[in-house]
Write a protein that binds this ligand. Structure first.
Ligand SMILES: [Zn+2]
Ligand SMILES: [Zn+2]
Length: 210
């Protein structure tokens, strides 16, 4: 089955509502991918860069070209997100997060996100001391107060290099957990916690250069 047949078949009925130009755009063999604030439309002739916010397509065709039509249809059908709803800034790095993934705050890209059960290390501590994450990333560092202290996580010594709005996660040191008392919980800006493998890499790279 060709792509045209599949596309038409999947949207039987809806397809009849399209005018001829739109139907051609919809049934043409093209793939549409979000790209930054725009879209990439790939077809046999190559890949075009389509910006709906600037009503622009790299094919330079007069009027509304087939690529822009295709992007508009894909958005209308929910197959790609609309430009304004597509991305938000990750609160842990300068990457952008797909809005469909972000849903509700905190907005974190897959690399920055942590979940209960994850093992991490403190980027400012020993790379050999694992920390067990016990909460999902929550409120920003500058509104969470450090237990038994009174200052916010953002103000806490050692956190000055972290973004003040980095979401906070709770951790315990699994090596210090005993059955006799509840483990002490520590709060960290998510940006200060790294994958143990990455920490190893850094240590290796550092010692290798000496
Ligand atoms: Zn075009
Ligand atoms: Zn990130």
């Amino acid at each position: 089955m060709t792509f045209e047949e599949r596309a038409t078949r999947a949207d039987d009925g809806v397809d009849e509502l399209l005018d001829d130009a739109s139907r051609r755009a919809w049934t043409a063999d093209m793939t549409v991918r979000p790209f930054g604030d725009a879209y990439l439309v790939s077809c046999e002739e190559g890949t075009q860069f389509v910006s709906l916010t600037e009503s622009d397509c790299s094919c330079d065709e007069e009027g509304v070209c087939i690529h822009r039509r295709r992007v508009a249809i894909e958005i209308n059908r929910g197959r790609v997100p609309p430009p304004e709803a597509r991305t938000v800034d990750c609160q842990g790095c300068d990457r952008e997060v797909a809005a469909s993934v972000a849903g509700e705050p905190p907005f974190l890209c897959p690399d920055c996100d942590l979940a209960p059960g994850d093992i991490v290390v403190d980027a400012q501590g020993s790379p050999d001391t694992p920390l067990l994450v016990i909460s999902s990333p929550g409120r920003p560092s500058d509104v969470v107060t450090v237990p038994d202290d009174g200052c916010t996580v953002a103000e806490y010594p050692g956190n000055d290099d972290q973004p003040p709005d980095a979401p906070v996660v709770e951790c315990v040191y699994p090596q210090a957990v005993s059955t006799e008392r509840a483990p002490r919980r520590y709060v960290f800006p998510v940006t200060r916690l790294v994958d143990p493998d990455e920490a190893d890499d850094k240590v290796t790279a550092g010692s290798g250069g000496e």
